[in-house]
Design a protein around this ligand. Sequence first.
Ligand code: SAH
Ligand code: SF4
Length: 344
Amino acid sequence: MMASKNVLVGQGLEELAELMAEFGEPSYRAKQLVEWVYRPVAAIEQMSSLPLRLRDRLMRETIYHPCSTVTVRRSQDGTRKYLLALQDGEHIESVYIPENDRSTVCISSQVGCQMGCTFCATGGMGFVRNLTAGEIVDQVLQVILDVGRRPSNVVFMGMGEPLANYSAVLRSIKVLNAPWGLNIGIRQLTVSTCGLVPGIRKLAQEGLGLTLAVSLHSADDEKRSRIMPIARIYNLEELLDALHEYAARTGRRITIEYALMDGFNDSPEDAHRLTEILRGLLCHVNLIPVNPIPGGFQKKPRDSQVARFESWLRRGGLVVSIRKERGADIEAACGQLRGRWEGV
Ligand code: SAH
Ligand code: SF4
């Protein structure tokens, strides 16, 4: 059966060493194999330094890539969106975002999401299942196979809540970061969470120093609860406490994501409250003009409103940036991923 086959992507050097030992191969094969797995190549056949009989056996008994690229959509601005099929027929999306001096791959951690944020297309599709570490890492490999080079940054900002799939996400981070893996710097890896407090605390204790982004979107518990059901479980006080712990333990500046929604969270009082609750926290605020989704009540603010909100936060002493919208023409912008394409 497919599901019981050993999947190569997602495995570490030690696990591949075990597999090679099981196959009766000399120990140096594991090093050779891991280099091919994460180089990456499209198929086992192309692992040319491995003996043919080993390649044959790997092809018969293992699965190399757990994801396959179904379609790539290209935006005018260079952004690419990937529809990937998983072994069980589910689909996920990943996005490649080239910039001047860097490039970012935005990956999914779950098929769907159970968090139900009202402004998010993924939230609207409900939860299907967690991704495996291999499926998470393979999204980056699929992009590399298409664009021909490694990204400088990887962000868990696609479909799903990464801290609700903690162990697979952590495993994938180890592979993305490892010198034998993708070798992407730990600071270049970002996990974005809607605010799962126990997960944030656990991550703080791993001592990894990866970048944590938190979707705040409102500095008011009642208002936040209206758009993010998770806010009814962990309130802002508990969340901020966990963020202070994360910053203290890792020394890393936290990214506060704030999707500006016209007439909902963009008033001077909203800005004032935000500066109040973030005072003293090592953080910067990333303002994202919301991308309205079909059936949602949120409206995109005008550029001038965004600029005004930014200036209020600056005056309040916060470090602020505005996220440039990328790939909107191919529905690749924040919150637009659904894993379902018309006509595919
Ligand atoms: N589940 C995680 C990560 C995936 S969402 C989280 O919620 O943080 C990545 C980012 O996109 C989050 O900050 C999320 O709040 C934001 N987002 C979701 N829908 C959006 C929309 N319609 N417009 C703008 N940002 C959105
Ligand atoms: Fe899930 Fe994040 Fe979308 Fe909320 S914003 S529904 S947590 S993916």
